[in-house]
Design a protein around this ligand. Structure first.
Ligand code: PMV
Length: 345
């Protein structure tokens, strides 16, 4: 193909964040906002990233060199239990690293031109880096006529997530790649199960609200929860775990009122764990007052909130009246896909 456009959705935690750290399950949803990558073959790589407003040109050799160095640094980091050197190199060479790793694994022999656009908010816990990785793997493999299973696309994206996070759970890239809802449980290996059979439909009428850049990192917020008194923490973790199991049941029954109730239970317990903010509390209270549901997503401390009301117009009006900027998005949307392709093989 001369030119291929692929897209992948972002993700949000429907329920189970934080408690997942203590071995409880979580449900991660592909969300109806996507990263799109348009690829064509080229000898010299060029990436025009409209999402981040940056543009870079670099040789295939340079990109492969970065990927090899990152592979080495990951192994060293794993031994030392400290990935900081790898994180630094990855951050400084992000686009080269993504392209380099994909060219390396696919053994393309040549380079690519990529155009990237996104309707995800970067750094908001929406899996924008995982979605970019997944879409880029799919677009580049297609443009080189290399057939890849979804599992293989997911696996390459996971290798990129390892450069970004050291030892990530793999839940984000799975949601962005396979789409729908993902049942996730930590472990060696983790459980990453698509809920395509249990929940074969899209969850409509959800609204996202960005509540600002979190002041603390995910690691710091996880640590905050760890530092709480064990009894206090464990009782909330148990409620969150039970709510996640119940969530699967009510989703199977397509009972949205119960889904909403469980979202509110999750928010209450996440607040008690100390990962909410005044702005999030305020929004969740107002949305509950009109009979809806609202919860923080992911680590918390700001970031994206997930809201739902049977009457989404009413929900959107309530949020706008508060000065927020609601974004409509379905959950459980399709995973990575080819949007279009032009030219011959
Ligand atoms: O904020 P995110 O999207 O990185 O999600 C973090 C979710 C936690 O449960 C808080 C941590 C984790 O590793 O699962």
């Amino acid at each position: 193909m001369n030119r291929v456009k692929a897209s992948a959705p972002g993700k949000v935690h429907l329920i189970g964040e934080h408690s997942v750290v203590y071995g409880e399950p979580a449900i991660i949803a592909a969300v109806g906002r996507r990263v799109t990558v348009e690829a064509s073959r080229a000898q010299y790589n060029q990436v025009i990233d409209r999402a981040m407003d940056r543009e870079e040109k670099f040789s295939v050799k340079e990109a492969l060199g970065i990927a090899d160095r990152l592979d080495r640094l990951w192994k060293e980091g794993d031994k030392k239990g400290d990935f900081s050197e790898m994180f630094k190199l990855f951050k400084e060479n992000y686009l080269k690293a993504v392209v380099g790793k994909i060219l390396q694994v696919l053994d393309t022999g040549g380079g690519v031109h990529l155009k990237v656009t996104s309707d995800l908010k970067p750094g908001a816990g929406m899996g924008s880096s995982a979605a970019f990785a997944v879409a880029a793997v799919r677009a580049i493999s297609e443009v080189y006529g290399i057939e890849l299973s979804l599992e293989k696309v997911n696996d390459i994206a996971y290798q990129l997530e390892k450069f970004a996070h050291g030892k990530p759970s793999g839940g984000d890239n799975a949601a962005c790649c396979f789409g729908g809802l993902i049942w996730f449980k930590k472990g060696e290996p983790p459980v990453i199960k698509s809920l395509r059979d249990e929940v074969p439909y899209r969850l409509e009428g959800f609204v996202l609200v960005y509540t600002g850049k979190p002041e603390k990192t995910t690691g710091e917020l996880v640590q905050h929860v760890k530092n709480l008194k064990a009894d206090f923490r464990n009782s909330r973790v148990k409620i969150l775990g039970d709510s996640t199991r119940d969530m699967l049941e009510v989703l199977e029954a397509k009972d949205m009122d119960e889904v909403a109730k469980l979202m509110n239970v999750a928010q209450k317990n996440l607040k008690e764990l100390g990962v909410s903010t005044d702005r999030i509390d305020n929004i969740s209270e107002k949305v509950r007052d009109i009979g809806g549901a609202a919860k923080l997503c992911g680590a918390g401390g700001g970031g994206i909130m997930l809201c739902w009301h049977r009457d989404s117009e009413k929900l959107i009006k309530t949020l706008k009246d508060m000065g927020e900027k609601p974004m409509e998005a379905d959950l459980g949307v399709p995973g990575v896909r080819i949007e279009n392709k032009t030219g011959s093989e």
